[in-house]
Design a protein around this ligand. Structure first.
Ligand code: FA5
Length: 338
């Protein structure tokens, strides 16, 4: 009897060890464990044994076998449950990783960078930023700046006229502004002195594009109107700006020149640390007729003005050989500057 119990237990344990799924374990539990299981069935045969001692020994062996089988079933159940769970988790796994193309970083255009830096430097020196329209009247663009109709200086600015006729105006008197100087007039007409403004903006000329010219480009105008303003104030302002914008090792100089709206007039150059000079723009003392056109009494007030090309400045600062490069929208070019 004992050997029957032992072999039934061993067979059950060997079978249980092969269970690979919760269903297998459930079927084996029914088969081997519980009151109706195979081992419990052996108990019924205890009655056939004659001696009490044999019955006790066999009963104890059956109970041990049942306990061993129960333990094996419990151990197997938790193993297959864990396997089933991890198989389910694996099958339901969502791949949330995403293939991300490295985004290209946008950058401000070289002209915008120069424009913003110019504003920063001049605002730091006490100037305010003023604006004017890109479509101007002939009067603001030329006449009020001491260039009446027929003035030879008008020919220097290859003007683009537009069809628009302003109310009460004449045909052919509306232009795309050829410089930012009309903002001087608009500011003087709307503000009482003292005036300290800069006016960056877009301007238009019928210029053929080449390495240093574009038909659409950008200028920055400066205007100071105050009491007892002299050429020394102009020179000092230009030099302070040059050092603040380019660096302490840079210098500036004024060279006599001519503009109808300033008297005296000058071109201003800046000197690189290597000693070479480059021309930046025009400047001078505001002509009394311009102050009068702006509603300001030249007996009481005087002023200086300057204007230069932002695009030219950007190419100088970055050593770009051709101004047109900045407007090709070629990323290989743009990516070199940040
Ligand atoms: C003027 O436009 C004057 N209004 C400047 C001025 C203001 C003088 C106040 C006195 C007082 P000019 O035409 O030289 O001046 O132009 C000034 C600057 O604009 C030039 O030095 C140059 O840097 C830039 N510039 C002129 N034409 C072009 C162009 N086609 N493309 C790019 N930059 C240009």
């Amino acid at each position: 009897m004992i050997s029957d119990i032992t072999s039934a237990r061993d067979a059950a344990l060997a079978h249980i060890a092969e269970a690979t799924s919760p269903d297998d374990v459930a079927a084996m539990t029914t088969r081997y464990a519980g009151k109706k299981g195979e081992l419990a069935g052996l108990k019924k045969q205890l009655g056939r044994l004659d001696s009490i001692d044999d019955k006790k020994a066999a009963g104890a062996a059956i109970n041990e076998a049942i306990a061993a089988v129960d333990a094996a079933l419990a151990e197997r159940r938790s193993a297959v449950d864990a396997e089933a769970l991890s198989a389910r988790v694996e099958s339901e796994r969502l791949d949330l990783t995403e293939y991300v193309v490295k985004p290209t970083r946008g950058r401000a255009h070289l002209v915008t960078q120069a424009w913003e830096r110019l504003e920063d430097v001049f605002v730091g020196m006490g100037f305010r930023v003023a604006e004017g329209p890109e479509i101007e009247t002939d009067w603001h663009n030329f006449e009020a700046l001491n260039m009446p109709v027929g003035h030879p200086a008008r020919g220097e600015w290859d003007t683009l006229f537009v069809d628009h006729v302003p109310p009460g105006g004449e045909a052919g008197t509306t232009v795309l502004r050829t410089h930012t100087s009309p903002v001087q007039i608009r500011t003087m007409l709307t503000q009482a002195p003292p005036i300290h403004i800069i006016a960056p903006g877009r301007v238009f000329r019928r210029d053929t594009p080449d390495a240093t010219h574009m038909p659409v480009f950008h200028q920055i105008e400066g205007l100071v109107v105050d009491r007892d303003i002299s050429m020394a104030d102009l020179a000092g302002t230009i030099d302070a700006f040059t050092k603040a914008f380019f660096g302490q090792a840079w210098n500036s100089r004024l060279r006599p020149s001519y503009f109808p709206f300033t008297e005296p007039s000058a071109e201003f150059d800046i000197q690189r640390p290597d000693g070479s000079w480059i021309e930046l723009g025009g400047c001078g003392m505001v002509h009394p007729d311009v102050l009068i056109a702006g509603g300001i009494d030249p007996e009481e007030w005087s002023g200086f003005a300057f204007g230069f090309g932002i695009d030219r400045m950007a190419i100088m600062r970055h050593g770009v050989a051709d101004i047109r490069e900045m407007f090709t929208d070629d990323l290989r070019f743009t990516e070199q500057f940040s």
